[in-house]
Design a protein around this ligand. Structure first.
Ligand SMILES: [Zn+2]
Length: 396
């Protein structure tokens, strides 16, 4: 479409002149031709296209979800796309990660992604961050962008991305997939609605929830969910339509159904609640869990029956409860010392390295993270209580 055709429907010559000047200053003829079908849409037009060009989006992950999101956002003319991914392309990625192709196997995903995205739209500026999104770099990277997209394939990165987005007051376009089912929404507590932690307060322990690599996924499913993420991102940038704040879209491919679930903001949420305790990306949980992501080894574990035997003998070690004080007030194991997980890193120096240390929480998840943290901090005699105090009480 030429400039002249683009605004031929306008009657007022003064408006025409102004629009022409703006278009000439912003877009080349090649860009106008490229975006012509998008410029025709009500509520997009030249102004919306300019908004897109001035916007920036960070994709955390260029895998299954990041692939379709990046492809459509680049095609739509988002001005600056940041991509975070430390991985290389593997042949097992190709059935769902449509950014990447056969020639790129064994090469960095970011190089593969950049080559493909430049083919699609050379007018988009790409910023490549070939690092693992981690507590020590996440805030700095994310601060440069208007919108964050969660394209992660693991809980530590998902929690970290949520924390960073909330702390920086940037909208997070969330998506997740599992076999035949996927879900998507926008988390933006600063605009209203919950954050991801309101929906999933505690990070599942390493290995407790299978990843795509372990559980499998229908290859087209991330295409659908990632495209929903791209759609919500465009709506955010353009300021059009309704944002799904507090509304989770769940797609079931086998039932051919879309469901919409309400998610409420949790006033006790540790991130976006009324008295938040998480005020940096480097909180105990993301520090511990990111370490867990790098190594999915199981931690040493004992049953509550074994714990009873140990405690009834001449135990001279330390039993630590890493729950919160309000949980400890309701139920406790005699002799356990309360050190909430988030306070553990700051108390490691005071704990005896030579003695046996047994850690429990409510169900075994937080204590597994605590054990992992202590092992990585040089402790050698640390054990997790399987099932936590729930199992302990059930066995009484
Ligand atoms: Zn929250």
């Amino acid at each position: 479409m030429t400039r002249e055709k683009c605004f031929s429907s306008l009657d007022n010559n003064a408006i025409k002149g102004h629009v022409l000047a703006v278009m000439q200053a912003t877009f080349s003829d090649a860009e106008l031709a490229r975006y012509s079908r998008q410029l025709l849409i009500p509520n997009v037009g030249i102004e919306g296209q300019m908004r897109l060009k001035k916007s920036s989006v960070l994709l955390v992950g260029t895998g299954a979800l990041g692939s379709p999101a990046a492809l459509y956002l680049a095609a739509a003319g988002v001005g600056r796309l940041g991509l975070v991914d430390p991985d290389v392309v593997d042949v097992s990625n190709l059935h769902r990660q449509v950014l990447h192709g056969e020639p790129w196997i064994g090469k960095p995903k970011l190089e593969s992604a950049a080559a493909r995205l430049r083919e699609i739209n050379p007018h988009v500026e790409l910023e490549l961050h070939r690092v693992r999104f981690a507590p020590d770099n996440a805030m700095t990277i994310a601060a440069r962008y208007d919108v964050l997209i969660d394209g992660s394939d693991n809980f530590p990165t998902r929690f970290l991305t949520n924390d960073v987005a909330c702390l920086l007051k940037k909208p997070l376009v969330y998506g997740a997939i599992h076999r035949y089912e996927g879900q998507a929404t926008v988390f933006a507590p600063h605009l209203g609605g919950p954050c991801y932690r309101c929906m999933v307060p505690d990070m599942p322990p390493p290995g407790s929830v299978p990843s795509c690599a372990e559980a499998g996924v229908l290859g087209v499913l991330p295409g659908i969910i990632g495209s929903i993420q791209a759609t919500e991102t465009l709506k955010l940038i353009l300021g059009i339509g309704e944002l799904p704040l507090g509304k989770l879209t769940v797609y079931d491919a086998l039932k051919s159904s879309f469901r919409s679930l309400r998610i409420s903001r949790d006033p006790h949420c540790r991130l976006c609640g009324n008295s938040p305790s998480i005020n940096s990306a480097a909180n105990a949980e993301t520090l511990v869990s990111t370490a867990c992501a790098a190594s999915r080894d199981e931690v040493p574990t004992i049953t509550t029956d074994r714990l009873r035997e140990i405690l009834s003998g001449s135990f001279d070690g330390l039993l630590i409860d890493v729950r919160e004080s309000h949980e400890h007030a309701v139920s406790r194991i005699d002799g356990a010392r309360l050190i909430p997980l988030r306070e553990l890193p700051s108390q490691l120096a005071e704990l005896p390295r030579e003695r046996e240390i047994i850690i429990h929480c409510k169900s075994g998840a937080r204590s597994a993270r605590a054990v992992k943290l202590m092992l990585e901090s040089g402790f050698t005699r640390v054990t997790n209580v399987q099932g936590g105090i729930d199992a302990w009480l059930a066995g009484q």
